[in-house]
Design a protein around this ligand. Structure first.
Ligand SMILES: Nc1ncnc2c1ncn2[C@@H]1O[C@H](COP(=O)(O)OP(=O)(O)OP(=O)(O)O)[C@@H](O)[C@H]1O
Ligand SMILES: [Mg+2]
Length: 430
């Protein structure tokens, strides 16, 4: 544990008295975009988003860092944009993590409350989770999140929140999310290189679920599926608790590559074409409709039949819905999802995807968008912001026990403060 990237994390409570103490920051390092949000927490513990930075992603593939220089620069740019719009300098952030290296298992933790019994405190439930988290793993894997599924107080089981109950013994059954140490370290290093600490690393579908699911859906049984640029992240909730997570290595990037290869056009033009004219169901598109788009070659233009475009997209969309269906059935909870599937992430905006999913998936389907978040900056109602908004909500709800990395942040923190001041004041550079 000593050499592990998360091994040096310790708990702290929220600091106060500084300018940034009422601010929390979310950093969604996605395959397509990097999004930083800064939220101001008021005295009623509600959040208002006051800063946002969104830049195209660089140095990432399938949700993982593959080029630290590029990823570091892009992360820095997103943070700076968010800081400039909020007018603050952040010291730490809640950071999303995904990728095919993620896996999950269940574990139990037990703590004694005392020979005479007493009221269970938040600290007791945290101790129980720590016990559950304390599992033997290969040296190249790390625990990212430990999420309680249910608690048992003495002989009473199925308790979601034991705090305030009287008991002698507290047991927790928890989902333990693990990831490859190398992938985690690469991500952490890119963030530290920007002088930023990490409040908590959060599995991305857990953040998305936080932003888009209703309490009723979680109680009834629901799967949230975030289809991003590089990965499709899934989380299943039953009786208000997390039961299953999976990261599938398929996403919008596959659609774009299919169209770019099929219609012989540059990647960015193919992506724009899908967004504007794409459809997952060819029958929903007029057979003769043509659109003029950019292409390779001398004149750089071509006419594309919209039905043909939809046919290329639908082949991939059929595959993605089949993978989702297979994964939900593989989880074993397929019969326990009356609230069905909530699709979110950028690809959830694809025209016709809801119709196709309703046909191919045997559960009710809806598109999930972040809601209930007051924003003074960006319009955050698009499904592509579910993870970012959910990270802020995670920070707000788990904020009493954020993690902070104890290793000293690089001197870049000061550099960033000076850079920020320089933007405001004309400080000479030499
Ligand atoms: N209207 C649209 N129709 C189809 N695809 C879309 C639309 N809008 C965005 N996309 C696709 O959504 C993807 C980006 O989604 P998102 O922003 O959720 O990804 P990300 O968070 O960067 O990636 P990941 O979470 O997989 O690492 C891109 O592949 C983009 O082409
Ligand atoms: Mg994402």
């Amino acid at each position: 544990m000593a050499n592990s990237p998360l091994g040096s994390l310790t708990r702290r409570s929220k600091t106060s008295g500084t300018n940034t103490s009422e601010m929390i920051c979310a950093l969604d390092v996605g395959t397509t975009k990097i999004c930083a949000l800064i939220g101001m927490v008021d005295d009623k513990n509600s959040l208002r988003i006051v800063g946002a930075g969104r830049v195209p992603s660089k140095g990432l593939r399938r949700g993982m860092v593959v080029n630290t220089t590029d990823a570091t620069a892009a992360i820095g740019q997103a943070i700076e944009e968010a800081e400039a719009s909020a007018g603050v300098t952040m010291e730490s952030a809640y950071v999303g993590i995904a990728g095919g290296h993620i896996s999950a298992l269940t574990s139990k933790g037990v703590v004694a409350i005392g020979r005479n019994g007493r009221k269970i405190t938040a600290d007791d439930s945290q101790r129980a989770l720590e016990q559950a988290r304390n599992i033997a793993l290969p040296h190249n894997r790390e625990v990212i999140n430990a999420v309680a599924r249910a608690y048992v107080v003495d002989d009473q089981n199925g308790i979601l929140d034991p705090v305030g109950m009287y008991g002698y013994r507290l047991e927790v059954e928890a989902n333990i999310i693990t990831g490859a140490t190398s992938a985690i370290t690469n991500l952490i290093n890119c963030i530290h290189a920007n002088g930023l600490e990490i409040d908590d690393l959060v599995l991305e579908p857990l953040a998305s679920a936080q932003a888009v699911l209703t309490d009723e859906e979680r109680q009834a049984g629901v799967a949230v599926v975030d289809i991003g640029g590089g990965t499709t992240d899934l989380a299943i909730y039953l009786e208000s608790a997390l039961w299953h997570t999976e990261v599938l290595e398929v996403g919008g990037d596959h659609f774009v590559r299919d169209v770019a290869a099929g219609l012989r056009m540059p990647y960015d033009k193919a992506e724009a074409l899908i967004k504007q004219f794409g459809n997952a169901v060819p029958d929903l598109v007029p057979a003769t409709s043509e659109v003029r788009v950019g292409s390779f070659g001398a004149d750089g233009q071509q006419m594309v039949n919209q039905r043909l475009l939809a046919e290329i997209i639908s082949a991939r969309a059929e595959e993605v819905t089949e993978l989702i269906s297979r994964e939900v059935r593989r989880s074993g909870y397929d019969g326990l999802l009356p609230a069905g599937i909530v699709l979110t992430g950028g690809v959830a905006q694809l025209a016709g995807l809801t119709e196709l999913s309703r046909k191919n998936l045997e559960w009710p389907v809806r598109i999930g968008r972040p809601s209930g978040m007051d924003s003074a900056v960006l319009d955050l109602s698009s499904p592509e912001y579910s993870t970012s908004v959910g990270l802020l909500q995670w920070g707000l709800t788990q904020g009493a026990k954020p993690y902070v990395v104890t290793t000293a942040p690089t001197s870049l923190t000061w550099k960033r403060v000076v850079e920020f001041l320089r933007r405001l004041l004309p400080i000479p550079t030499s």
